[in-house]
Design a protein around this ligand. Structure first.
Ligand SMILES: C[S@@+](CC[C@H](N)C(=O)[O-])C[C@H]1O[C@@H](n2cnc3c(N)ncnc32)[C@H](O)[C@@H]1O
Length: 354
């Protein structure tokens, strides 16, 4: 493995330890280098890389994982933010048989265009976990699988099932687009310097084909439901402000349709063409915290006998929930299929969430 001994950096709290070539690690860039060769081997082995594969590595650092990837793959494209690491990486592989099969892109992976790849294998900086995951999932053509090291809690949210305490909007949205499975638990002492949290390696396999749903609509509905994931859908959809918003959407779409405006949503369940871009955009606020609102921060519920315009719209919404037997259900227990069914029922009644 590359890298010398860890040295204490007095007075430089953002730098913890020295990497290969004497590079001080920067905490702000999530620089925690894998130091356990057996773990690196295990990650590569579980990735199932074929000799014909192009592998994308994000954040190669000093190249400990990169070297093992180069041993199995046709080629490796590595995207690294830190120019010092890029220099170190080039120095490490220069003059070796690997040099011609490694391409290093210097830059922020969230901002650069990703090339074609079959598999992504990466020990990523944890601060970009969410946007990076959805950037990968919106990449086309879709890759075969990604094997990624995440902070343990983030990983457990990705793979959480209905009823699990960590089941949240991140779980539902990721699992709509991909099959996710937990591969390995990784203790913090496998890294230099050790991070404050434990980690897990997760496998992500994009679904092909993707479910026929507008992701903007999907995320609109899921966001509402998980805002209060332990409340019944009946009580969530009784909120006056929510009903008013949905009704406004409903009326706008009705009038656009009547006027023949092409921007109006056409056939129910039609998939809009910009969907893939939407995936990358909709994740900005999908973080580890699912944003459930505290009790006491409740919107006013619509009275059943209120005689304003909203009453009939509320009945329409309640009718949709009853039709699918959803009134007493909670987001925390709903499966992908449940959400897809609920969305289709709403859409069939002309109610939309984007
Ligand atoms: C957790 S370290 C992994 C290093 C190496 N792959 C290993 O396992 O030993 C994360 C690496 O990602 C790089 N990095 C941080 N932010 C990045 C970004 N936005 N785009 C690309 N690389 C980034 C860091 O400089 C660092 O080298």
């Amino acid at each position: 493995m590359a890298g010398g001994k860890i040295q204490k950096q007095k007075g430089r709290q953002h730098m913890q330890g020295i990497g290969g070539g004497g590079i001080p690690f920067e905490k702000s860039k999530g620089q925690h280098i894998l130091k356990n060769p057996m773990l690196v081997d295990s990650i590569v082995q579980k990735s199932g890389i074929k000799p014909t594969d192009v592998v994308l590595e994000i954040g190669p650092g000093t190249g400990n994982l990169t070297k093992k990837l180069l041993e199995c793959a046709k080629s490796v494209v590595a995207v690294e933010l830190d120019p010092r690491m890029v220099l170190e990486l080039n120095r490490r592989f220069q003059g070796t048989p690997y040099a011609t099969r490694l391409k290093v892109i210097q830059g922020d992976v969230l901002k650069c265009d990703l090339p074609y790849f079959d598999i992504c294998v990466a020990n990523i900086p944890y601060q970009i976990s969410s946007p990076l995951t959805f950037k990968l999932l919106s990449h086309r053509p879709a890759f075969r699988c990604a094997v990624i090291m995440y902070q343990r809690e983030f990983a457990m949210r990705l793979v959480a099932n209905p009823g699990d305490s960590l089941y949240c909007r991140l779980s539902v949205n990721t699992q709509l687009l991909a099959r996710v499975s937990h591969l390995l638990k990784v203790g913090r002492n496998n890294f230099r310097p050790p991070p404050k949290v434990d980690s897990s390696v997760v496998r992500i396999e994009p679904r092909r084909p993707l479910p026929p749903v507008s992701f903007k609509e999907w995320d609109g509905l899921v966001r509402l439901c998980f805002n209060r994931k332990n409340k019944t859908l009946g009580s969530i959809f009784k909120q006056k402000s929510l009903l008013a918003l949905l009704e406004k959407n409903y009326k706008t779409l009705q009038s656009l349709r009547l006027s023949g405006n092409p921007e109006a949503i056409g056939e129910e369940n039609e998939i809009v063409s910009e969907d893939v871009t939407v995936l990358a955009n909709m994740v900005d606020d999908i973080s580890m915290i699912d944003g459930e609102r505290e009790n006491g921060d409740e919107d006013e519920e619509m009275e059943t006998d209120s005689s304003n315009n909203l009453t009939s719209f509320k009945e329409k919404v309640m009718g949709v929930l009853q039709q699918g037997d959803f009134s007493d259900k909670r987001a925390s227990k709903l499966t992908q299929v449940d959400f897809l069914y609920l969305l289709s029922l709403f859409n069939k009644s002309g109610i939309h969430f984007s």
